[in-house]
Ligand binder design. Structure first.
Ligand code: ADP
Length: 213
């Protein structure tokens, strides 16, 4: 939710700055207001999807290529990557079977993994890189792998990171991974994490394709 809200705030501030300088063209104002409306809708969609999952109502499950969802999230993350000087690489396997998902929720899982990866690289002075991979998983599953070049997870914390309210960040909530884990399980998938041999951490999740049922 922070992402659309920050974007709304930035756009509103930009419009005010343009207004104050007397340099606001009508077209620009329209673009800014359209962006605000779009981000507001995105925030509303996130709340609606989370609420229906928590209340175990029917959520909007549709069959989509997972690569499309990864591409959408990477493009939403673009400005964040530029601001934080992070290179985002994708290795998307073609012709994977579709997955039946609540897109808004799976977008949240991916966004959360990318934000965590970004936050783990804040102190990193060398290469800051997030790699996303999609591939066929075991037994009618599609797997997504998100890898970073950050601090990695302290060995003593590895068993706790999916617990609600577990955080090592000063202003962390500790809800991101717990919710992400629940979202993946609610879709019939699994999520896990491990440290890389050289540097950083890798998160894996898979989703069933519905084939072979
Ligand atoms: P928060 O981001 O609010 O701390 P999360 O549930 O998303 O909550 O993450 C819990 C904890 O897991 C983080 O505080 C951090 O210690 C650890 N963690 C998550 N992702 C990574 C990562 N990519 N690299 C290193 N540690 C991570």
């Amino acid at each position: 939710l922070n992402q659309p809200l920050t974007s709304i705030l930035n756009n509103a501030r930009a419009a005010l700055r343009f207004l104050d300088s007397g340099a606001l063209a009508e077209d620009e104002l329209r673009d800014i207001l359209n962006d605000i409306a779009m981000d507001d809708k995105r925030a509303g969609d996130i709340i609606r999807s989370l609420r229906s999952m928590v209340k175990r109502e029917e959520s909007e499950m549709i069959s989509v290529p997972l690569n499309d969802v990864v591409r959408q999230v990477v493009s939403l993350f673009n400005s964040e990557a530029i601001i934080r000087d992070i290179r985002v690489e994708t290795f998307l396997t073609d012709d994977l079977p579709n997955v039946t998902i609540d897109i808004v929720l799976i977008q949240q899982v991916l966004t959360n993994l990318m934000m965590n990866a970004a936050e783990s690289m804040v102190q990193e002075s060398r290469e800051r890189k997030i790699s996303l991979r999609t591939e066929a998983g075991d037994g009618h599953r599609v797997r997504v792998v998100v890898s970073d070049t950050g601090t990695g997870i302290e060995e003593k914390d590895i068993g706790k990171i999916f617990d609600p309210f577990f955080t090592t960040k000063r202003s962390g909530l500790g809800m991101g991974l717990s919710l992400s884990h629940s979202i993946i399980e609610a879709h019939g998938g699994h999520m896990r994490a491990e440290n890389n041999i050289d540097k950083g951490a890798t998160f894996y999740f898979d989703l069933p394709t519905g084939e072979g049922e």
